[in-house]
Design a protein around this ligand. Sequence first.
Ligand SMILES: Cc1cc2nc3c(=O)[nH]c(=O)nc-3n(C[C@H](O)[C@H](O)[C@H](O)COP(=O)(O)OP(=O)(O)OC[C@H]3O[C@@H](n4cnc5c(N)ncnc54)[C@H](O)[C@@H]3O)c2cc1C
Length: 405
Amino acid sequence: MADFGAADADAFRAELRTWLEANYPAELKEPKPKTDPEATWGGRAFAGSDDPQIRWMRKAAEKGLTAPTWPTQYGGGGLKADQARIVEQELSRYRAPLASFGIWMLGPVLLEYGNDAQKAEHLPRITRGEIRWCQGYSEPGAGSDLAGLQTRCEDKGDHWLINGQKIWTSYANKADWCFCLVRTDTTKKHEGISFVLIDMKTPGVETRPIQLISGESPFCETFFTDVKIPKANMVGKLNGGWEIAKRLLQYERQNISGGFGGGGGAGGAAGDLAQIAKGYVGVDATGALDDADLRGRITRNKMDFQSFYLTLSRVAAESRASNGPSAATSIIKYAAATLAQERSELMVESMGAQGLGWEGEGFTPAELTATHGWLRSKGNSIEGGTSEVNLNVVSKRVLGLPDPK
Ligand SMILES: Cc1cc2nc3c(=O)[nH]c(=O)nc-3n(C[C@H](O)[C@H](O)[C@H](O)COP(=O)(O)OP(=O)(O)OC[C@H]3O[C@@H](n4cnc5c(N)ncnc54)[C@H](O)[C@@H]3O)c2cc1C
């Protein structure tokens, strides 16, 4: 993207638009009712597959679009915040997001806390979508109270030895690597945690998929039994992982929120919802949805989503222009989860009995997608930190309120 560096905003946007028009795969322009779970990663493509989405990701990476603000030496676009915002705006006109756990979460913290060797090894592959990452944070006894994690990591001289169990590890069975929180000091809580990178092919790593209410198995139990990893795989300082963990959660909460609500920008999705509802419920003499109560709730959801996306875009721009995201990302995450769940409810309610199908010829693919999406949306207020925990973060760290007596 060096050729864009000196251009002014309009010229930059025009050139980018021309490039996207010429290079964005035609087959991705039409949204599919249901993506192939083997080929995609929660709407994002697996590396190594011939899915058009991953081909698009590779192409976009050549242009530096997958990580616009990262340095060019690590495969990023080397762009300034205002240019990256234009990239984001132009990409949002297309439906397939350029996203992965590596781009959303690990990459930004590696840039901040990783050493030169770690950045050189992992960042370029992240930008090209070659490595699938999973997040080893939650444990059976440590979810909201994440700092209570028990997975042990012992110093064995020339390597680290890891034993323990993670849970709810999204796509662990498909992942190449895991960024993982481990306990390196059992005498302290927060100050006894370190942040390590684990190659999922290492002997002793085992994953067992967990089936969800929606019928999919997007996450796993992950077991580590005498797993040896190189000393070089620790990011940051020994026992300094909690700071990195919290930073990564801020990136996660900011980015995850943009993905809720049906993709492609929820303003558009909510617009679709009004049209869909008209098809099922009918219209009155003025052409408006023939159910005043439902119409009011759909309109409110659409307006709330429009405001939310404007706020998200502003917060993302502020974060790019400053020192990255802040605790305020908990506001974004909470709002996104609430609005996405509300929208899913409105969708199935609009469809009536047709919105409650599980399988079979009596339902269209769009209706089945709506039912599965409604069930999947239940997780929106849990993943990346529950809504209750995010409200706690907002009250303590954003509003500065004291703990309840
Ligand atoms: C779709 C999905 C994908 C996920 N992917 C991953 C992943 O890839 N990697 C990973 O590590 N984890 C992942 N998770 C796990 C997720 O981060 C945890 O489920 C979440 O942090 C909550 O932890 P828990 O399930 O242990 O619930 P708990 O912490 O046991 O919470 C149970 C309930 O108690 C409430 N609660 C707990 N503490 C408080 C408090 N202090 N104040 C108020 N209420 C409280 C919670 O809000 C919740 O309602 C995923 C979860 C989902 C649903």
